[in-house]
Every structure is written in C-alpha cells, then in structure tokens.
Design a protein around this ligand. Structure first.
Ligand code: ATP
Length: 271
C-alpha cells in the first residue's frame, strides 16, 4: 500500500536561485516528518517537487519502485492523487457547505460530466461523513465552509484530502495562520491520520517547538540544502544555534508566538 519515498540528488533551479540544492532523503512509510527552515529555505519547493507540481532540474524521486520523476499523463494524475496536499490557506470553497467541500476530494475519480454536475454516490457521502466524524465536524457538515474557524477549515481540508485515499500526506505550513489552540487541533488531526491510517506525513513548519512536539524526524533546510536530519532529541538548542546562528535560534524558538502548537500539544499528550 505505502512505500519509501526517496529523493536522490534532487535540485530545482529558478533563474539563478537554487531553491532546492542536491537533496537526498529516504522517508520510510508511516514516518511523521517535519521540515523546518527560514522563509525561502526551499521547504515549499521540496513538497511541490514530491507531488510533481514542479519538476526537478536534477535528480530523481522514487516512491517504492515507481520513478515519480518519469511519470506522465494518467500515471502522473494518479500520483498527484496519491499525494494529498494541504496548504496554509485551506483551499476550500467558502460558499459551499462543509460536506460538499469534503466530497470535492472525490472529484478526481469522476468523469468530466459527473464532476461538472458534482453528483456523488451515497457511498461517497457516507465516506465524507465518516471523515468529518473523525475530526468532530459532523455538526458543521451543512454549514458554509467560510463560516468556520481557521482550525475547523483546515481539519475539513484534511478530511477532503483523505477522500482522495492518499498514500502520503503533504502539508505546506498548515498552521501558519492559526492561533495556538487551533494549531494544536490541526496538528493532532495530522497525528491522528498518521497513527490510525499509517499515512506518511511530510509537513513544513515555521516553528521548531511544534516540530519537536509532533514529529518523529526533523529535517532542517537552509538555502535549499538539508542542514540537519534527525530526531527531535538530536536537534538540541546547541545544534540549532550552530546551524542557524543566534538570530535563527531566536526565530525558531518562538514558543509563545501565535503559530506554535507546542504548549497545548504537550498538555494534550499527557492527558
Ligand atoms: N516559481 C518560482 N520562481 C522563482 N523563484 C522561486 C519560485 N518558487 C520559489 N522560488 C524561490 O526559491 C527559494 C525557495 O522558496 P520556497 O518557497 O521553497 O521556500 P520556503 O522555505 O517554503 O519559504 P516560505 O517559508 O516563505 O514558504 C526562494 O528564494 C524563492 O524565492
């Protein structure tokens, strides 16, 4: 079902900028991996390379025995469905109700006409309700998505992504615009699908504290390169200081800033 994701010597050049520079990584099935780094470090570019929204300038990406970099046409569309992606800005249709937004996750499986008409089967509706139930969102099912809190909208986006039946979940700064309580619920949602469904999660994060609280493995990027790859315990304050310098250290340790899910995350773990 799921497989190891391998990047081998992957680079992506934009003009004179090497957004991702010679990255090699193996991500084992079921890992919860956080990618941290300053703005412009190459985190988003790396995720977009994995789901082939953009192509590498050099190197290759494999998922098990499949050469992702060589996929074309139907196989490429299937790969994009295999990699669900959630974004900072939720990507929901505000004026549509929550249930319909989740069902949109099924549209890629539909033919042109049925997707234009947004016709869904009873089985699909049941799957959507089940996905909403996992995140305690059934009471909001018929509410317009735009009326929900940011944290609820992001959990709807996760439910929608699950309806694609993905093999890997990519998340590009999913909590960057949320307050700490909502950030915690969204990170808990990602942890839930990781532990319950065994889905590999690859998530870009701004704050080290959140990465430490949730991830099995942390990858730190700088100027497109991987500067650290290890467990949260290995990423000590001294290592962060060495990698990023003193100002970087301050930036990543914004434990009490609006985007950190750390404090509440730890409390919930102990509960
Ligand atoms: N489509 C593009 N065209 C030109 N340059 C780009 C493009 N996409 C990214 N870049 C550049 O590549 C570098 C890495 O950008 P990227 O968005 O991957 O970083 P990031 O770590 O995700 O940053 P942020 O946290 O701000 O999202 C930056 O210098 C950026 O300006």
């Amino acid at each position: 079902m799921t497989a190891t994701l391998s990047l081998k010597g992957v680079s992506r050049q934009f003009g004179t900028t090497r957004a991702v520079d010679d990255v090699s990584l193996d991500i084992q099935p079921g890992q919860f991996v956080g990618v941290i780094g300053r703005s412009g470090a190459g985190k988003s570019t790396m995720l977009r390379l994995v789901n082939r929204l953009i192509d590498p300038s050099e190197g290759s990406i494999h998922f098990g025995s499949v050469d992702v970099t060589a996929l074309k046409g139907r196989a490429l569309r299937q790969w994009r469905r295999d990699c669900a992606m959630i974004f900072q800005q939720f990507n929901l249709v505000d004026r549509l109700d929550v249930l319909t937004n989740v069902l949109i996750g099924r549209l890629a499986e539909h033919g042109f006409l049925s997707s234009m008409a947004m016709r869904f089967t009873d089985e699909e509706r049941a799957l959507a309700i089940e996905a909403l139930d996992r995140f305690d969102l059934v009471p909001q099912a018929l509410q317009r998505a735009g009326t929900l809190s940011g944290g609820q909208q992001q959990r709807v986006a996760i439910a929608k992504a699950l309806l694609q039946r993905p093999r890997i979940m990519l998340a590009d700064e999913p909590i960057a615009s949320l307050d700490p309580a909502n950030a915690t619920r969204v990170m808990d949602g990602l942890r839930q699908i990781n532990t319950e469904d065994g889905l590999t999660v690859l998530v870009n994060l701004h704050t080290l504290d959140t990465a430490r609280a949730y991830c099995d493995r942390i990858i730190a990027m700088r100027l497109g390169r991987v500067m650290f790859d290890g467990t949260p315990a290995q990423l000590t304050d001294d290592v962060v200081r060495d990698i990023y310098g003193l100002d970087g250290f301050a930036e990543f340790n914004e434990a009490v800033t609006s985007t950190s899910a750390r404090a509440t995350g730890r409390v919930m773990e102990q509960a």
